[in-house]
Design a protein around this ligand. Structure first.
Ligand code: UT7
Length: 320
């Protein structure tokens, strides 16, 4: 059986507010705030990459918990913006932290990444394959954002979160689910070479491109039912869940999910207003913020649900 035994996050220093974009594209603070809820986001520095943010998140994890990570067996970095395609980001983290003997793999599942990472860590630990697994959700999305595309550049931000999964005498993970609509793959993509998905022409410009309306509709139309299914799988009602933590893509998506589920907004931690959409880092950043604000506490039952490019989603219910 397993649990998360330590946790830490990190965001780059540079704070960028909505007015920054008024100088470079045709937009304004009022549009960005009312359509997305975003007020600020963080930009990584030149030369600061996903593995650097990951390392800082793990250092904060160690400072928060007093845990040592030098003996972890496996490192999973969930990211859409690795330093480079090869070597993977997890191997860079292994090297930079001087971890001696760890398997390293990246999960490439966009905004669902961190929850997929937890599912994988749980499988490794509960099966006895590995004992100590570091799961990191980290992104430098601003390095793969088309800053001339006003429909996307205002959304994204950089950040990282790290969780250590270890064996325990009690099971802290209560249920998982996941699913994918590859038929909508062309609605959110980053392509280096290929110029079509599902027979639909796409722009291979090595930047994130999305059909925001379609992704919005898919998320709002599907995620509430996936939340209900997951709670049922764990034998719980939504009243038994202390906090639902969805991917922080857009405050309006979160509000629509809350309304559909008839679940109070003050029990849905978010990171999008302060940090923008940080993809696989958004759920850890929302949890960290809710902990800082005295909301999420040890022993609370959390339902996490990540969703995005694929289009794919992954959910988990766990005792924090
Ligand atoms: O992490 C998962 C990945 N992504 C997402 O979850 C994104 C999901 N989608 C969204 O968050 C929203 O669809 C957006 C925030 C991207 C867009 O909001 P929307 O309410 O769906 O706007 P829209 O695309 O329907 O566009 C409305 C109008 C359009 O103008 P017209 O055609 O009505 O004249 C856009 O051209 O807003 C215009 N617009 C902007 N105006 C000012 C689009 N971007 C901007 C902008 N500033 N930055």
């Amino acid at each position: 059986m397993s649990k998360i035994t330590a946790f830490g996050t990190y965001v780059p220093e540079r704070i960028v507010d909505n007015h920054y974009f008024e100088e470079i594209i045709d937009t304004n603070d009022e549009w960005i705030t009312s359509r997305t809820g975003i007020k600020t986001r963080r930009f990584s520095k030149d030369g600061e990459y996903t593995s650097d943010l990951s390392v800082k998140a793990v250092e904060n994890l160690m400072a928060n918990s007093g845990k040592d990570v030098s003996d972890v067996d496996f490192i999973v970095v969930c990211t859409t913006s690795p330093d480079q395609p090869m070597p993977n980001a997890a191997s860079r983290v292994q090297y930079k932290l001087g971890i001696k003997n760890a398997g390293c793999n990246d999960i490439y599942a966009a905004c669902a990444g961190f929850v997929y990472g937890l599912q994988m860590a749980h499988g490794f630990v509960n099966s006895g394959v590995y004992k100590k697994v570091l799961v990191i959700g980290a992104e430098t999305l601003t390095k793969i954002t088309d800053m001339e595309d006003r429909t996307s550049c205002i959304l994204f931000g950089d950040g990282a979160g790290a969780a250590l999964v270890e064996p325990d005498e009690q099971e802290h993970f209560m249920a998982f689910n996941s699913g994918t609509n590859g038929d909508l793959g062309h609605d959110l993509y980053l392509s280096h070479k290929k110029n079509s998905i599902n027979g639909v022409g796409i722009n291979p410009n090595s930047k994130i491109v999305q059909n925001g309306r379609s992704v919005f509709k898919w998320a709002v139309g599907n995620i509430p039912n996936k939340v209900r299914e997951l709670a049922e799988k764990a034998g719980l009602t939504l009243d038994d869940i202390d906090y639902i933590v969805p991917h922080s893509a857009n405050l309006r998506i979160i509000e629509a999910i809350a309304k559909d589920l008839n679940y109070p907004m003050d029990r849905i931690p978010e990171s999008v207003t302060e940090f923008g959409n940080t993809s696989s880092a958004s759920i850890p950043l929302a949890i960290a913020k809710a902990e800082r604000n005295g909301k999420i506490k040890k022993g609370d039952t959390l339902l996490l649900i990540g969703f995005g490019g694929g289009l794919t989603f992954a959910g988990a219910i766990l005792k924090w």
